[in-house]
Design a protein around this ligand. Structure first.
Ligand SMILES: NC(=O)c1ccc[n+]([C@@H]2O[C@H](COP(=O)([O-])OP(=O)(O)OC[C@H]3O[C@@H](n4cnc5c(N)ncnc54)[C@H](O)[C@@H]3O)[C@@H](O)[C@H]2O)c1
Ligand SMILES: [Zn+2]
Length: 821
């Protein structure tokens, strides 16, 4: 490489790395994998070594990647917060160990190994045992002060208790969002139609930088600590520091290990390679650190990393598998996601049978053909992905994958908007998953609050044509008797791109055999979960023989199923088999197979297929088909559901309005609109102008409202709901006046009160002439401090010098006597 070429390449790499750093640290996004990023950085470092004349002091190789934001106060770190060097291989790790040995003149040394938690670094400063400041890493020298947000994390000690606590102390750790919380938040966001969070790390990083610590508190963040610093902490070894931290109540992950040599480190790395997937958070590798602080000092630092520590990063694991078929899932907003069904393959400790393909572009990018051998990778994400096709294994007569044109759920021609990567089904009104999305929203806790209508039940009612919009829910009571015995299809079914129904293997085997219980079959399959479908069917025959149950008959049927699976040439799916094949075997072949295949398209349950076929079945056949069906509605479930539906009629107008699912109308907007217009007719007849005049309503919301009411179906649904007694107007509570003791006062109550529920205290204050205020501000006359008042509110109140009184003092102020209420 000539110096000119090097110079150009260095400039190019610098720009790329700066861009990805910006995305990663400021925007909480990633455009490339960590490995790809680290390779860019490594190339830059290599070139700068070779051509030191082009090394600029602000090169990303010399700086920690983060930065400070302008939203917070900043503080300087007493000890810089550095990066860690990376390795991805055993050789690199051994090379690091050699450098250490050389640096320490071959004296004895030990490593302390920890997991590299994938979250956000935080530095906590304690003085006299009290937490005074929490600061992000920022650019390594200076970070954002986010103390209030950090205090909402439950297991972060605000006061350290114990003996010999140093005057000043700094503790560092990694804030993370447990995977379970992450999944929960995303499930909620999906239900509300909000964009999903990309991964737990981004989510944690975005959360700690929120402006409202109340919102931070809702996201159950957690923290693992791994470092203690200070001039007089009184320890000389890292393991001692860790034990002190544990003793003082810091949450230290018990996954560490002290290793006497690099071989033990390698064992530690191996021992966590698979096990790491069982942890509550993502880790991206292992950090090994020299245990002795004096030795650390001897080894020193490079510009941005210590020479006494390094991170070993696990590479995303990959394996080869065969593409069996592609299914297309229709989301609650109509978005289509293709999913690859794969021959089972072991990957990162689990057996993978499916991988997301995201969208048509992805299939095109991969150049995927039917039956291709593909490379599957499991990185930080939970869902594995296909990274490449193994071209030399492509079957000679294979055809490229044709993306579907019609919705597998409702048959409507799909659309693809220019700005969107995903195809979507435009049939919002009648496409089952989209109806499901709307109804789930309508019954949601924050809307009509019908918690007796869970997803499974709603789906069953939609699939069997009992409901297709919110108004239909209130007709269910009249159809109570028909609901008895209705199938709830759970996860036991899958559909192909053509809408052909498949049933879970355990149900199929249960229905097809006699004298073997469902539990036995599930246990059997659990042991087989790493085998392919055909291997499983083979071992099942052996299992039948060994368990001596109706051997000839049962084995015969399973053999026949195996043959049919091959002959019928239907798409293959691990763990699921086509319903027509099973019904063909169970119904005594009354209909020929191609006909049956046709009839099983666009149907969602065995129950509905049988209704359509209208066959003559004897008792035994009926009994066996019944074994295929899933749970059914029982009398108790039905009355419980109807009760919930009836109770929902009491929900106030603002909740009903939110429940209607008008686009862009969240809970708050619904409240604003309900209070402003008081009833639905006024809202409906409001002009664009009227709407825009309301504080908090913009163009987009106003347009959505107009669009909603311009669709006749929506007005019909509202009319029907109204007929059933749903509230479409605000019922003004009659205000009782109790007294004037609080006249003109602005009051806030925080924490748990003994005499009042949340709404009651508001009413009580207003009834006595006062005004209830929702947020801490300097305009408040006083705050009623309940039990467990949030620490961040308290802090803010103190800062503003606000008066705080207890609940008893408050009652005394109003009544003169707390018992009078
Ligand atoms: N994909 C991208 O676009 C992109 C962009 C920027 C950075 N990155 C990745 O992010 C990585 C992070 O870079 P970095 O400088 O933030 O961190 P780093 O890899 O240099 O490691 C330092 C950080 O590790 C964390 N850590 C977790 N567990 C630890 C433990 N037990 N002991 C000590 N530290 C621990 C701390 O937060 C610390 O700040 C890079 O290696 C790179 O792969 C990716
Ligand atoms: Zn559809």
């Amino acid at each position: 490489m000539t110096p000119d070429q090097a110079k150009a390449r260095i400039a190019q790499l610098t720009e790329q790395i700066n861009y990805h750093n910006f995305l990663y640290y400021q925007e909480d996004k990633t455009a490339i994998s960590d490995l790809e990023f680290d390779q860019l950085l490594e190339e830059l470092i290599r070139l700068e070594l070779e051509f030191p004349e082009f090394l600029s002091p602000d090169s990303p190789s010399q700086r920690v990647g983060g930065a400070i934001t302008k939203d917070f106060e900043t503080a300087e770190h007493e000890f810089k917060m550095l990066s860690l060097g990376n390795t991805y291989s055993e050789e690199e790790l051994l090379a690091f160990d050699e450098r250490v040995a050389k640096g320490l003149d071959s004296r004895r040394y030990s490593y302390f190994c920890e997991l590299k938690f994938d979250g956000v670094a935080i530095s906590l400063v304690y003085e006299k045992g009290k937490l005074i400041r929490a600061v992000t890493r920022g650019d390594g020298t200076r970070g954002d002060v986010i103390t209030e947000n950090i205090k909402t994390i439950k297991n972060i000690p605000l006061h350290i208790k114990g003996e010999n606590i140093p005057e000043k102390l700094e503790v560092r750790g990694e804030i993370f969002l447990p995977r379970r919380e992450f999944d929960k938040i995303n499930a909620e966001r999906e239900a509300n139609g909000d964009p999903l969070l990309a991964n737990p790390r981004n989510a944690a990083s975005g959360t700690v930088k929120m402006q409202d610590s109340g919102l931070v508190a809702k996201r159950k963040l957690n923290c693992y600590f791994y470092q203690m610093l200070g001039d007089d902490i009184g320890v000389n070894f890292h393991d001692e520091a860790i034990h002190l931290m544990e003793k003082w109540g810091f949450n230290v992950s018990p996954t560490y290990k002290k290793c006497e040599n690099v071989q033990e480190v390698l064992q530690y790395i191996e021992s966590w390679r698979d096990k790491r997937h069982t942890l509550p958070l993502d880790i991206d590798g292992v950090v090994l650190k020299i245990n002795d602080f004096d030795q650390r000092e001897e080894l020193g630092f490079t510009a941005k990393t210590p020479r006494w520590a390094i991170a070993y990063k696990y590479q995303a694991e990959s394996a080869e598998s065969e593409l069996l078929s592609i299914t297309y899932q229709v989301g609650r907003t109509g978005a289509i996601t293709p999913v690859a069904n794969l021959a089972p393959v072991k990957l990162a400790g689990t057996t993978v049978k499916r991988a997301s393909l995201h969208n048509a572009n992805e299939i095109e990018r991969l150049g995927l053909y039917e039956g291709d051998t593909v490379l599957v990778e499991k990185g930080g994400e939970i869902i594995p992905k296909i990274t490449a096709v193994v071209l030399k294994k492509r079957k000679p007569d294979a055809k490229p994958i044709q993306y579907i044109e019609h919705c597998p759920e409702c048959g409507t021609l799909l659309e693809r908007k220019e700005t969107e990567a995903k195809h979507s089904c435009p049939n919002a009104q009648n496409c089952p998953p989209q109806i499901l999305g709307r109804i789930e929203h309508f019954v949601h806790k924050r809307a009509m609050d019908i918690d007796s209508m869970g997803t499974e039940r709603i789906r069953a009612l939609i699939d069997q044509d009992y409901i297709s919009n919110p108004a239909d829910i209130y007709d269910l009571e009249a159809k109570k008797d028909q609901l008895l015995g209705l199938e709830m299809n759970q996860d036991q079914y899958q559909k192909t791109e053509e809408g052909l129904l498949y049933i879970a293997l355990h149900k199929a085997l249960f229905g097809l055999t006699e004298g073997i219980s469902l539990t036995e079959i599930k246990d059997f399959l659990e042991k087989q979960k790493d085998s392919s479908l055909f291997e499983t069917l083979k071992s099942f025959q052996t299992y039948i023989r060994e368990s001596n149950k109706k051997v000839a008959q049962n084995v015969g049927t399973i053999q026949r199923l195996e043959e049919l699976l091959t002959e019928a040439k239907l798409p293959a799916m691990e763990d699921f088999v086509p319903v027509p094949l099973v019904l063909f075997l169970l119904t005594g072949k009354q209909i020929d197979l191609p006909e049956l295949v046709q009839q099983c398209k666009q149907e969602s349950t065995v129950h509905s297929i049988l209704l359509k076929l209208n066959l003559e079945l004897n008792d035994e056949q009926n009994a066996r088909i019944k074994k295929l069906k899933s749970n059914t509605f029982q009398a108790g479930v039905i009355s419980n559901m109807i009760e919930g539906i009836n109770t929902s009629k009491n929900q106030p107008f603002e909740k009903v309005l939110f429940g209607l699912g008008i686009r862009n109308i969240g809970e708050n907007t619904a409240q604003i609109l309900a209070r402003h217009f008081k009833n639905i007719d006024a809202l409906k007849s409001a002009s664009m102008q009227d709407l825009l005049e309301i504080n908090g309503i913009g163009e987009i919301v106003a347009q959505s409202i107009q669009d909603f009411f311009s669709q006749e179906e929506n007005n019909q649904i509202i009319a029907r709901l109204r007929e059933k007694g749903i509230k479409f107007e605000i019922v003004e509570a009659v205000k009782t006046i109790l007294g004037h003791q609080l006249e003109g006062m602005k009051i806030l109550a925080s924490g748990k009160l003994n005499h009042f529920k949340r709404d009651e205290i508001v009413d009580f204050i207003e009834a006595n002439g006062g005004q209830y205020v929702k947020a801490v501000s300097k305009n408040l006359d006083f705050i009623i401090e309940g039990e467990d008042m949030g620490p961040s509110k308290k802090e803010k109140a103190k800062k503003l010098g606000l008066k705080m009184i207890s609940e008893a003092e408050f009652l005394e102020l109003v009544n003169g006597n707390a018992q009078n209420r």
